[in-house]
Write a protein that binds this ligand. Structure first.
Ligand code: 6LW
Length: 520
């Protein structure tokens, strides 16, 4: 009884005094890994890695660190992002965003091009500069500005530091290794912060899987020697206190001090489903950090994070929820849509047929590696979700196809599509590609027409349906999520729901999509 009364009082008082109490993780769900964050006044900006997808490195804005809205892409032009000789999980690795004297800098690695580079802008929602290439190699580059100097960190081997000119890319001092971490494998994701006269060096260790952790060291001198925090790791979910935690593999963090003085960390983690599999990619999470004067930072009390965070936040400024339906009436595709590698833009049109997204069939197949198919997709951001689209396949030759794919890589995807048959017949088809296994699960032959294709995501299965009237949805099959999870497939990316059009040989076939729904 006493307990109930206390709880009641706490909730009642809480709703009066602490209106900004609590938020849900992940703050950016779906394949949004390797987050990096910066504050400019009372505005917050965050970037993620994007690998073989185009455009690259989405940039998000927030007023409260909890509610994020994409405002653009740092790499929106082919001249900034060459993915031509790329493969799955190649391309853009972890980025860092920093702000210095009116300019935003984003530094990252294109492992399919010349390595590390910087782009900069004064308008983060607009266009960013052409790449400025850097000499120091290794992944996970970061920047630190102090007293008119710009330092670059990366990991050719150990965490390595040098001075650069961020506008020209010129390396001004020799590269020096400064720390190797606490002994965990893959020391990576370094960032430097200065507080109370100390240089703090934050890194990740243990690899991006279940052994992932975040450690920290400090020194009075930027080049070291760095002393490891005796309480390392400051965050990990490998221990008993996170044994049943639905968030796993936490690491790759970046600190930010909010405009009210509080400290926070964004980091990546994933949410296993169907046992120890994850499909949505590595997602962006947020935790509060206690960082007293001269003390080591303490992450959310015990170095763990929860889906439901019970802590005070900045005043929350939520955005209107994204609409379920994309009706393809706008002159441009929304920022949530991506292509694979460098797209052939003439294969995509929102104006060829008013109110429709028209995809031209390509002889590049979803199974092909490193070449761009006609493919435009959005991330699966929720384990339980439903996506539906209305499609007409037109001007098609025999075996041309258009539909929706649940896509992890070119070797692992489930495709639900309309295939052109003889004369006026069209065949709804459910096909799997699992490594070197290709299988057609079900075919339904129907007169040519408009079809509705639906995929439902759940913890254990993807379920596939078609309809001819958008009312009765007929089951086509059900596939285990585990066969296309990151644990099965490998790599750093997450599931996309993508619209595609392909043909066995050059054809005039087009797939017209009237709308696309994503509901959760
Ligand atoms: C990234 C590294 C990592 O460069 O995974 O989880 C790599 N951390 O820091 C690819 O995202």
């Amino acid at each position: 009884m006493k307990q109930t009364l206390i709880t009641f009082l706490f909730i009642a008082l809480g709703s009066v005094c602490m209106a900004q109490q609590g938020y849900n993780n992940p703050v950016i769900p779906g394949f949004y890994p390797d987050p990096s964050v910066v504050r400019v006044g009372e505005d917050y900006y965050l970037v993620n890695s994007t690998f073989e997808y185009f455009p690259g490195v989405p940039i998000f804005h927030s007023k409260d660190l909890v509610n994020w809205k994409q405002i653009g892409n740092c790499l929106s032009r082919e001249s900034q992002l060459n993915l031509k000789s790329c493969a799955p999980s190649g391309g853009i690795y972890a980025p860092t965003i920093r702000y210095h004297e009116g300019t935003f800098y984003m530094i990252t690695t294109n492992v399919c091009d010349k390595g590390n580079f910087i782009v900069h802008t004064q308008d983060p929602a607009g266009e960013w500069s052409e790449p400025v290439w850097l000499k120091q190699g290794g992944i996970d580059p970061s920047l630190y500005f102090e007293d008119g100097k710009c330092y670059m960190l990366s990991i050719p081997n150990k965490i390595t530091l040098c001075e650069i000119d961020p506008k020209t890319g010129e390396q001004l001092t020799e590269s020096k290794p400064i720390w190797g971490g606490t002994g965990g494998r893959y020391p990576e994701a370094p960032h430097i912060y200065k507080k109370d006269g100390w240089y703090y060096l934050l890194i990740a260790e243990g690899g991006t899987e279940y052994g992932h952790k975040i450690t920290i060291a400090r020194s009075r001198n930027i080049y070291g020697p760095y002393d490891s925090n005796p309480a390392n790791p400051i965050m990990t979910h490998i221990n008993e206190n996170a044994q049943m935690n639905p968030i796993q593999a936490v690491g790759h963090g970046d600190f930010v001090q909010a405009h009210d003085g509080s400290w926070w960390m964004v980091f990546l983690g994933f949410r296993p489903q169907s046992g120890l599999h994850h499909l949505l990619g590595r997602e962006t999470f947020l935790v509060p950090v206690r960082w007293d004067k001269n003390a080591w930072p303490v992450v959310n009390g015990d170095g763990t994070a929860q889906l439901e965070m019970d802590c005070e936040t900045l005043p929350l400024k939520p955005h209107a929820p994204a609409p379920v339906r994309t009706d393809f009436d706008a002159p441009q595709m929304g920022l949530e849509w991506n292509y694979l590698y460098n797209p052939i833009m003439s294969n995509y049109s929102l104006s060829a047929r008013k109110g429709y997204l028209r995809l031209k069939t390509s002889t590049v197949q979803l199974d092909d590696r490193g070449v761009t198919p006609t493919f435009i997709g959005r991330r699966q951001q929720h384990i339980n979700c439903t996506t539906t689209t209305a499609i007409e396949l037109d001007k098609a030759s025999l075996n041309d196809e258009g539909g929706i794919t649940v896509y992890m890589t070119n070797e692992h995807h489930y495709d639900l599509f309309v295939r052109q048959g003889d004369k006026d017949k069209q065949i709804i088809t459910l096909r799997y590609r699992l490594g070197n296994m290709k299988h057609i699960e079900k075919e339904v032959e129907l007169p040519k027409g408009k079809f509705y294709l639906r995929v439902e995501g759940s913890n254990d299965f993807y379920s596939f349906y078609y309809s001819t009237d958008n009312r009765t949805f007929n089951p086509m099959g059900k596939m285990d999520v585990r066969y296309i999870s990151s644990e099965t497939v490998g790599g750093f990316t997450g599931i996309y729901f993508a619209l595609f059009a392909a043909s066995p040989k050059a054809s005039k076939g087009v797939a017209d999509f009237e709308w696309f729904d994503y509901a959760y």
